[in-house]
Design a protein around this ligand. Structure first.
Ligand code: APR
Length: 280
C-alpha cells in the first residue's frame, strides 16, 4: 500500500515547513456506521434504505416545513451521536499530535466524530457546518448554540414533541433556530464555513490527504485544484474512484490508495512517525 515513491513523498513533506492537511468526506465515517451520501446506502441515493430527497437539505424546504426538517436532522444527529470514531479518525488525531504546528483538517462531515477523539479543534475547519450546533434562522444574533442535550438522546422519532419544539425556539426573537449546516441553496462564507481560510491553507500545504470524498462539492474541489497547482503532494484514500481520480492519476504529484481509510490511515501515520524520528 505504501509504495517507495509514496514513502519518499511522505519524507519530503516531513522535511517541509508548510501545512500537512486533510480534506475529509463522509467515507471517513462510513466505518463508524454513518451512511454516506452517494454510495449505494447513501442519503441522496434513490433506492437506498436511507434515501432522502436532497430538497431536505435546503433553506427553502426549512422555510416551508421547519419541523419536518428539524426532525430529519435530529434523527440524523441521533445516528451520528450513537456512532463512535473509527481507526481513521484516531489516525488523523495522531497525525495532529505528530505535527501540531503544521496540521490542518478541512472536513465536510457534520457528525462531530473528529471532536470525540480529543483533537485540538483550533485547526479543524468544518466547511459544511456541525450538527452539534444550531443558530437563529432569522439571524437575530450570529451565535452558535450547542444543541440541547434533550435533543441529542431522543432516539429516532416520526415527529417533534411539544417540548422539543420549545427547545428549538430562539431565546431572543422566539423564531426557530436552524441546524448549523450548509444547505444546497446556500453559499460558503468565511464566518461560518471558513472558505477563505481553507483556500489559503490549500495553497500553503506540502502534503494533502483526501479521505473518503466523492469530490461532488464546490469548495473541496477548489481546495484540491489549488493544492495540485501548487505542487502539493496529494494522496487520495478511497476504495472507489471519485471525481478527483482522473486528475490525481494524471498528476506527477497525485497518488491514489484504493483502500478504506480505517485501514490505510493508521499505516500511513505509523510510517510518518518512523520517518519523523529518522529525519527530525
Ligand atoms: N474509506 C474511505 N472512503 C470511503 C469509505 C471508506 N471506508 N467508504 C466509502 N468511501 C468513499 C466513497 O467511495 C465515496 O467516494 O467515500 C465517498 C463518499 O462520497 P459522498 O457520499 O459523496 O460523501 P462526500 O464526498 O462527503 O459528500 C460531500 O456532499 O451533500 C453534500 O453535505 C454533503 O458533505 C457532503 C458533501
Amino acid at each position: 500500500m505504501i509504495t517507495p515513491e509514496i514513502k519518499e513523498r511522505l519524507a519530503k513533506a516531513i522535511k517541509g515547513e508548510k501545512h500537512i492537511s486533510f480534506l475529509v468526506g463522509a467515507g471517513l465515517s462510513a466505518e463508524s456506521g454513518i451512511p454516506t451520501f452517494r454510495d449505494k446506502d447513501g442519503y441522496w441515493m434513490p433506492g437506498s434504505p436511507n434515501y432522502t430527497p436532497q430538497q431536505m437539505a435546503t433553506w427553502r424546504m426549512f422555510c416551508q416545513q421547519p419541523l419536518v426538517i428539524w426532525n430529519w436532522y435530529l434523527n440524523r444527529f441521533h445516528i451520528c451521536y450513537q456512532a463512535k470514531p473509527n481507526a481513521g479518525h484516531f489516525a488523523i488525531k495522531d497525525l495532529q499530535d505528530l505535527f501540531p504546528e503544521r496540521f490542518a483538517l478541512i472536513t465536510q462531515n457534520v457528525d462531530g466524530l473528529h471532536f470525540q477523539t480529543g483533537m485540538n479543534s483550533k485547526q479543524i475547519y468544518s466547511i459544511h457546518g456541525d450538527l452539534r450546533f444550531m443558530r437563529c434562522a432569522a439571524a437575530c444574533h450570529k451565535d452558535l448554540i450547542p444543541l440541547p442535550n434533550q435533543l441529542k438522546n431522543r432516539g429516532l422519532q416520526e415527529k417533534l414533541t411539544k417540548e422539543e419544539i420549545m427547545l428549538l425556539q430562539c431565546s431572543d426573537c422566539s423564531g426557530f433556530y436552524r441546524p448549523h449546516v450548509l444547505w444546497f441553496d446556500e453559499i460558503y462564507n468565511e464566518e461560518y464555513y471558513k472558505i477563505h481560510t481553507v483556500k489559503y491553507t490549500a495553497i500553503n500545504t506540502d502534503l494533502l490527504f483526501i479521505i473518503g470524498t466523492s469530490g461532488a462539492t464546490n469548495l473541496p474541489n477548489q481546495v484540491f485544484q489549488l493544492a495540485l497547482r501548487n505542487n502539493t503532494t496529494v494522496i487520495d484514500i478511497n476504495p472507489n474512484s471519485s471525481l478527483f481520480t482522473a486528475e490525481i492519476l494524471y498528476s506527477p504529484n497525485g497518488y491514489w490508495i484504493k483502500e478504506k481509510s480505517g485501514e490505510a490511515l493508521p499505516l500511513i501515520v505509523e510510517e510518518m512517525r518512523k520517518l519523523k524520528t529518522e529525519i527530525v
